[in-house]
Design a protein around this ligand. Sequence first.
Ligand SMILES: [Zn+2]
Length: 310
Amino acid sequence: MYKKMFLLLCLMLEIGMAYSSGWTYGRKEHGVDHWGEEYEECSHQRQSPIDFNSEEMIPKDEVALRFLNYNQIPNDVKILNNGHTVKLEFNVSQPLYMYGGGLWTAYKLAQIHLHWGHDDSSGSEHTVNGKTYPVEIHFVHFKARFTDLTAALADPEPDTLAVLGVFGELSKDDNMKLAPMINSLEQVKNKVGTNLKIKPFPASNFFPKDLSRFYRYEGSLTTPACNEIVMWTVAQKAIPISESQLDALRSLREEHGDALVDNYRPVQPINGRKILNVSTYNIESVSGASQVYSSVLITCALSLAFNKLF
Ligand SMILES: [Zn+2]
């Protein structure tokens, strides 16, 4: 009898601890202002997101950002409402790579997730001259030499992850490329923690028309434990999204039934970091012999990535 009660007490303590180590958005207990109390790195000096202020950024030219296999239709796509965001994972035959654009190595896509507000006045994590967007999409990549995200996180460096951020801006019409995800939200809105397979679509559906200009800086994850291991690339061109599509995101529920909205962290101090305003050019458009040169660069980027040189 006593043994059973003791075990029950242990279980309750453990659940209690798990709950107290949970974090939330908003300003209350466990909210964004308190993350640093439990997750020390959240109070460090190279945190994300930030505001991109035109007057403080450094202009930079780079070769084009490249994406390999992003147009591939995956074998399946899994969607998950994890209580903090909606996350998509692509089960693909060929890994999805991002490289070029000033990145030092090649990166593989791990997952895509989104941040949004309760109305159109907020939602994005990064801001541009103080302006917010109603939604921000994050493509989370890890260094291609690692087999998966967990292995990459076990070997933390300032550029272990490369996250591509894409803003969504309000449009009158639905963005049909987002439809496969938006239409599946109904099935996960009340099911925190349940993975669901949805109609496959290419990850490039979330790309803006133009990725030739972006912001680049060294920062962190925007959720605890706020690890300072992210090379950020935030596209300047947004994708369109309609009010009804945003409402579908806002219909999601957190674990305890509250609306899952305003899942963005406020902007953080820059603390002297270099923030680049990058314009890219295609090697093809510069020289006639460039096709060959360009393939050599691709091969180099990928082989460097696998050779543990970085
Ligand atoms: Zn994110």
